[in-house]
Each structure stands twice: as structure tokens, then as C-alpha cells.
Write a protein that binds this ligand. Sequence first.
Ligand code: DX5
Ligand code: ZN
Length: 220
Amino acid sequence: MARTLIAPSILAADFSRLGEEVRAVEEAGADMIHIDVMDGHFVPNISIGPVVVKSIRKSTKLPFDVHLMIAPVDPYIQGFRDAGADIITVHPEAGPHVHRTLQAIRATGARAGVSLNPGTPAEAVDPIIDLADLILVMSVNPGFGGQSFIETALPKIEKLRKKIDATGRDIILEVDGGVNAKTAARVIAAGATALVAGTAVYGGDPIAYADNIAKLRTAA
Ligand code: DX5
Ligand code: ZN
């Protein structure tokens, strides 16, 4: 089985030293950088935009896994691609035409992701799975780091694993929210191939990042 991808979420990093924080997790063994973009409208929190993404692009060679929690989303896709996004993930609820949105992401040259909220069923991917390079299962309601893992994510991951296997394509199945050394093992057993972790990686001193990532890998 392929190695589990670990994607630290910079939402839990020290924003006053973001470049260093990104470099630190690359050195600590991360596979991609998860970037949470929030607009205070689609979710009840505001984080960062393309200017910040662009400025940290020079701090690491790791792929940028950009999770857009904004509505409308279509007007901002090219801007995030230009800022250095490698994967751009959107929520179906963020616009009227998710099929077109995924096409637009791929047209920029980025890989396209679709994210399912805890209240959104696995079946939401059925009409668009051919356009998805990544499926992101939210195991918390989006908006904040440090929340508890919602158990109903597990059967949803299992369902999505079957759907992905049926395509014969190597779609990344990523899980986001409350992922730590305890929940990681169950998430991977259910069929996930990538873990987003904010608090579980950036919690504590930078000296602990390598150990934090290793713990997630061992659990997985
Ligand atoms: C929540 C974000 C997550 C969040 C995860 O809306 O999408 O990526 O940063 O944080 P933890 O790992 O602390 O639950
Ligand atoms: Zn996220």
C-alpha cells in the first residue's frame, strides 16, 4: 500500500513566522502543506488569501493543498493557482455548478479536489468523481482547528473508498479535522490515503514537529 500522505494544516501554525513554520514541517517529514482559506461567510472564520499563499510559496518545495472554504469560489481559483496552489479543493455548496468549478480548476493546471462537510453525503461525489483528483472528508464542521473528530466520517470514508476503487483511478482520499495519533489509525483503516493535521502537528514546540508527524505515520 502507498505511504500515507501527511498534510499539516498551517491554520495551527504561528502566523507571525509562517515561512519558518512551513519550512519546519517540510524538514520534519510532511508530504504537502494544507492551506485553509476562510471568508467569514461560507464558514464563520476568516484566515488568509492568495497574497499570503504566494509569500510562503518560496519557503518550501512541497505541494500546496489549498482548501477553499469561500463562497463564491469561482472568481478566486486562478488567483490561488497563480499564488502557487498545486491542489485546489472546493465544497459543492460554495457555488451553483460544482462540475464547472472542478473543470475550471483543472483548466488552470492544478489538481481538483472536492470536500464533503459532515452533513454532506458520500453520494455527492457520484456525478463529479471523474473530475476529482482528491476527495476531502471533513471530520469536523469547517471553520476552526482544534475540534473533536466526528465519528460519522468513518462510514463515509469507507463508502468513498469503494467509489474510488470502482473508478480504477488514484484519487487521494483525504481526511480533515480532529486527526491525531488516536483517530489516524481508524481513518486509515477505513480507507483514507491522506491526513490533514493542524493541532496534532503544530501543537507544542517546533522541536516536536518531526515526532508529531512520526506519531501520525506510526498510527497510520
Ligand atoms: C477546519 C480546517 C482544518 C483544520 C484542522 O475548517 O479545514 O484543516 O485546520 O485542524 P485540526 O487538525 O486541529 O482539527
Ligand atoms: Zn482544511
